[in-house]
Structure formats: structure tokens, C-alpha cells
Design a protein around this ligand. Structure first.
Ligand code: SF4
Length: 105
């Protein structure tokens, strides 16, 4: 099962980072929530594959270490989601459907 595309209705904002938002619930180290809104990455699904980082033409993502997380110990963090050109490459390529791209968010 991939990211919940209705996360804006089903989840609450728990943190406003510079340039993007984190949607809860968050309870480290096992639960990190969804990072980003236009480029939304479900950290609790992400396996740290890295294909999103490889295919993104505008370097939206940066690795974030998540030691102790059961799915992977690093995640693709959409720190520059405002640079996204909505090509959908990351969403299409993600092997676990952890990413939802939505220009209208
Ligand atoms: S949709 Fe395209 S531009 Fe936006 S984060 Fe994904 S790969 Fe990068």
C-alpha cells in the first residue's frame, strides 16, 4: 500500500520546516510521518531506494538519516519542494509508491 493521497484530510501538520511541512503522526525512531505537501514523501513507507534523488531534474531531495526506522535508515527528504517542476518522475519510479506529487496542494 502506497502513500495516502488524502493525507491533507486524514493527517495533521506537526512541524513547519523551512520550505516544507511535516504531517504526523511522528514518533521517532519508528514513525516519521509524511514530509512535504506538493512533493509528499511518506517516510514510513520509504525504503531509501534513492531512485527519486537520481531522476529528479531539479534536486528537490536530500538524504535525511533516520536511524532505527524499520523501513530504512535514510529517507529522501523533499527539502526543496518549491523547486519541483511536476514531471512526476519520482512518483512513477518509486518502488514502494511512497511519493505523491500534486501541484494543487
Ligand atoms: S515531480 Fe519531478 S521535479 Fe518534482 S520532485 Fe519529483 S522528480 Fe523532482
Amino acid at each position: 500500500m502506497g502513500i495516502d493521497r488524502d493525507f491533507k484530510q486524514t493527517r495533521k501538520i506537526v512541524e513547519e520546516k523551512e520550505g516544507y511541512t511535516i504531517w504526523g503522526p511522528v514518533s521517532p525512531p519508528a514513525q516519521h510521518g509524511i514530509h512535504g505537501t506538493k512533493v509528499a514523501v511518506d517516510f514510513d513507507i520509504c525504503i531509501g531506494d534513492g531512485v527519486c534523488i537520481d531522476v529528479c531534474p531539479v534536486e528537490v531531495f536530500e538524504w535525511l538519516e533516520t536511524p532505527g526506522h524499520p523501513a530504512s535508515e535514510k529517507k529522501a527528504d523533499p527539502v526543496r519542494e518549491t523547486d519541483c517542476v511536476f514531471c512526476n518522475a519520482c512518483e512513477t519510479e518509486c518502488p514502494v509508491e511512497a511519493i505523491a506529487i500534486n501541484a494543487d496542494n
